[in-house]
Every structure is written in structure tokens, then in C-alpha cells.
Ligand binder design. Structure first.
Ligand SMILES: Nc1ncnc2c1ncn2[C@@H]1O[C@H](COP(=O)(O)OP(=O)(O)O)[C@@H](O)[C@H]1O
Ligand SMILES: [Mg+2]
Length: 428
């Protein structure tokens, strides 16, 4: 099989590396990829939003399967374009990708299908939204409707914060068209998990849950980021909770979107809040793997990845196609100085090979490029150091041992990835 991966981050590097190791894969291509990904795939300089370019690359290179990493091209309709060209695509068409591409669509969808989520209302008008915020008796979260690169959500402590957020989105148009509509929803408490399944339009298989760490600094402090690290499995996500999430969320979602004419083929990543009583509520849908979640979920997945993704893309999944190991996987992001606001680019990185020499560790490239025979930073999140071991304590020890071998001036990394699972109250 010849596989083309779309994207350029650590998620796509992990996908390429795994696909390259697959006995059924003859060639791995990646667009646009990166110099780091070029170690595991043949990279082609086609941008993720260049749908014509992707379709012609796939056709020209006789690609059997396209695996789409980021949400952007899915929301734009790359899967539909590839279908027209006769190329199988792992990733949903534009109709189903609206689950991620429009927060108001996804909230209305959940309401239509009785899927548990926070109470909400949608607005296009500032005054109406402000009146709602003043009248509701709970704290709120303000969300720009469209794709906003993870910056469109404000979790508010006070009504004034919500009014300020509404002003920025609806009156100052901080997110352009993506903020023409806002969702104002009830702020809920609990533990957040990233639940992933692979679906083929009808059937699905569970990959499991990971926990991301969105804040920049230890103890969940500092600004929000794309994610500073993840681990899997998540202790709060017991087999009983998995069964409940499948019955109350995954199945009605897949059934509902199919009935609305848009069968979902690809990874459905449900962001869930689990409250103290163990009740899951949907925070949002994503229609692709999380990053950094992808690396830890793949690390625990046994067997050949390519036939699994291919079967999902061709509506031919069978339950036997996945086995998830009991091992614990962890991923630690090494971010550049200045991330997330203004990451410093072009800073020399040393020690990647030394880090990879730590038994059990693997390094994926998120934002690097080559210069004078070495590596330099070329993005906010620079590297993802991963490790797998029988326990979280051991996995973390390996990952941090490897991470400490990487020399990057000004590097930022969290020392507490997995803290919730390691805290005494969370252990079971
Ligand atoms: N209703 C909510 N209550 C509490 N926190 C929320 C709520 N909705 C979102 N959040 C927090 O905000 C983050 C971003 O929101 P999300 O809907 O995932 O948007 P996006 O990932 O598109 O930025 C979530 O990961 C979660 O931590
Ligand atoms: Mg999110």
C-alpha cells in the first residue's frame, strides 16, 4: 500500500513512523511534512490547505490511502475531493467534519441527538449574548463558532470576562468569520479526557483515552497552549466509564451523523469532562487525532496500523482489528522559548540522537528544520519525547531522562505530565 499523510507536526511524524514500520506499506509520503518527518517519509511541498495540490499529488503518486492529520483540510472537504478522484481517505467528509468546524453546529447536533453536553445558547448579536450572560445563574465559557487554532475559547471566571470576550469576538471581529457566531455555554467542572475511536461510517473501534496538559507550566498554570504533553491510559477512564461513553456519546454521535447523511470515517476524538460523580459530558468534537494524544495512543496500539486506517476509510472495519496494550505511554513536549505567544525560531537544538538512544524513548519532530547539518527550532512546539513502560512512573522516568539529553536554550517543558494519575487521590 502507498500511503500519503497530510500535515507536518509531531502527530504526523508519529503516524508516518508507524506506517513506515507497517509490513503492508510499500511507501509513506507526507505533505508538506518537515525535515524531521523526512527521516520516515518522502516529503512533498504541498500545503495542507491546497486541496487541488493534494489530490493531484495523490493521483500522480498512485497513492492508495490518504491519512489526514489536521482538521483544516477535512473541514474544507479534502475527503470529498479525494473520493471524487477515487482515492480512499482516512478522515471524514466536510459534512461530518462540521462536528469540529462549527461549534454551534456541534452543540445543536448534540441537542438533536440527546448527547450529554453543557447547557448553551448561540448568538450573532452582542447585545443578545450580553443579556444572556447577565441573566444566567452560572459561570460561562465563550466559544467562537469556527476554527480558531485553539484560541477561540475563553473559560470565564466572571460575567465581565465573558462580556469582554463577547466584545472581542462579536464586535471587534477578532476571529473574522470564524467568530460571526458565538456559543455561550455553561462552565462545567471535572477531569478532562481525550477519548478516541476509529469509525468506518457505521462500525467503530475504541483506541482509548489520553489526557492532555493544555497549560504551559507545571500545576496547570500559565497560558493555554496546543498541548504540552499527554499520557494514556487515564485512570479515571475505567472500563465501566468507557462503556458508558460509548453508549451515551460515541454511538449516538456516529448514528446521528450518518442519519443526517454524513457517515463518519476517520478518528472521532471526543473531548469530555468527567465530573466527580463520573458523568461524562462532551466539551467538543474533533474529527482527527489529538496532538500530542496521537503519539501516546499509537504507542499502545498493537498490530499493523495501515490496514486499520484503510479499513475505516473503506467502510470495512471489523472488531478484531485493534488491540490496545495495558502499557502506559507518555509524551512530553519540548517547546521553544517564547511559546505560545512568540516562539523563537532558528535556535540550535542538540542531543536528539542521544535522547533517542535512551531505551524505550522515541522523539518526534513537531517544529524543527535543518541548518548547517544540525537541527534548529522552526515552530512553537519543537519536539515530542515519548516513552512506553509498564507503569506511568517508569514511562515518565524514561521520557524525562531522554528529554534532559536535549539541549535547547530557552526550552520550556512541563515536569509534571501525568500528575493527575500520579496524585494519591487519583490512584486506584
Ligand atoms: N463547558 C466548559 N466548561 C469548562 N471548561 C470548558 C468548557 N468548554 C471548554 N472548556 C475548556 O476549554 C478548552 C477549549 O475548549 P474546546 O471546546 O476544546 O475548544 P478548542 O479545542 O476548539 O479550542 C477545553 O479543552 C476545556 O479545558
Ligand atoms: Mg479542544
Amino acid at each position: 500500500m502507498r500511503v500519503l499523510v497530510i500535515g507536518s507536526g509531531a502527530r504526523e511524524h508519529a503516524l508516518c513512523a508507524r506506517l513506515r514500520a507497517s509490513p503492508s506499506v510499500e511507501a509513506v509520503l507526507c505533505a508538506p511534512g518537515s525535515s524531521g518527518i523526512a527521516r520516515d517519509a518522502v516529503v512533498h511541498p504541498v500545503a495542507t490547505h491546497d486541496l487541488d495540490g493534494i489530490v493531484s499529488l495523490a493521483t500522480r503518486e498512485r497513492v492508495d490511502l490518504v491519512v489526514v492529520g489536521p482538521e483544516g483540510p477535512l473541514v474544507m472537504g479534502i475527503a470529498d475531493r479525494l473520493a471524487t478522484a477515487g482515492v480512499a481517505c482516512f478522515g471524514p467528509g466536510a459534512g461530518a467534519a462540521r462536528l469540529e468546524g462549527s461549534k454551534s453546529f456541534s452543540k445543536d447536533f448534540m441537542a438533536r441527538h440527546a448527547i450529554p453536553t453543557a447547557a448553551y445558547a448561540s448568538f450573532t448579536d452582542y447585545d443578545a449574548a450580553a443579556a444572556y450572560v447577565r441573566s444566567v445563574g452560572h459561570r460561562v465559557v465563550v466559544k467562537a463558532d469556527g476554527l480558531a487554532a485553539g484560541k477561540g475559547v475563553v473559560v470565564c471566571d466572571t460575567p465581565q470576562e465573558a462580556l469582554d470576550a463577547l466584545d472581542r469576538v462579536l464586535r471587534q471581529h477578532a476571529f473574522g468569520d470564524a467568530g460571526a457566531t458565538v456559543v455561550v455555554e455553561e462552565r462545567i467542572d471535572g477531569q478532562e479526557i481525550s477519548f478516541h475511536v476509529i469509525a468506518d461510517g457505521e462500525r467503530y473501534v475504541v483506541l482509548g483515552a489520553a489526557q492532555d496538559h493544555k497549560r504551559l507550566r507545571d500545576g496547570d498554570n500559565g497560558p493555554n497552549t496546543g498541548g504540552m504533553g499527554a499520557f494514556s491510559p487515564v485512570p479515571v477512564c475505567t472500563p465501566r466509564l468507557v462503556a458508558r461513553i460509548c453508549a451515551e456519546v460515541v454511538e449516538p454521535t456516529l448514528r446521528g451523523i450518518a442519519r443526517e447523511g454524513h457517515p463518519f470515517r476517520g478518528v472521532l476524538f471526543v473531548g469530555l469532562m468527567i465530573d466527580d460523580a463520573g458523568t461524562p459530558k462532551v466539551l467538543e468534537y474533533n474529527v482527527r487525532f489529538g496532538d500530542p494524544e496521537c503519539a501516546v495512543l499509537l504507542a499502545r496500539l498493537d498490530g499493523d496500523l495501515a490496514p486499520l486506517l484503510d479499513a475505516a476509510a473503506r467502510s470495512a472495519l471489523s472488531a478484531e482489528t485493534v488491540r490496545v496494550r495495558d502499557d502506559v505511554a507518555i509524551a512530553v513536549v519540548i517547546a521553544a522559548e517564547g511559546y505560545p505567544d512568540a516562539p523563537r525560531e532558528g535556535v540550535a537544538i542538540r542531543g536528539i540522537e542521544l535522547a533517542e538512544a535512551v531505551p524505550g524513548a522515541r522523539v518526534y519532530h513537531a517544529g524543527t528544520s535543518r541548518r548547517d547539518g544540525g537541527w534548529v527550532t522552526a515552530g512553537g512546539r519543537v519536539l515530542l519525547v515519548t516513552a512506553t513502560a509498564p507503569s506511568l512512573v517508569e514511562a515518565a522516568a524514561i521520557a524525562y531522562q531522554a528529554a534532559d539529553r536535549i539541549e535547547l536554550p530557552g526550552a520550556q517543558l512541563r515536569r509534571d505530565i501525568g500528575w493527575r494519575a500520579l496524585a494519591p487521590s487519583a490512584s486506584r
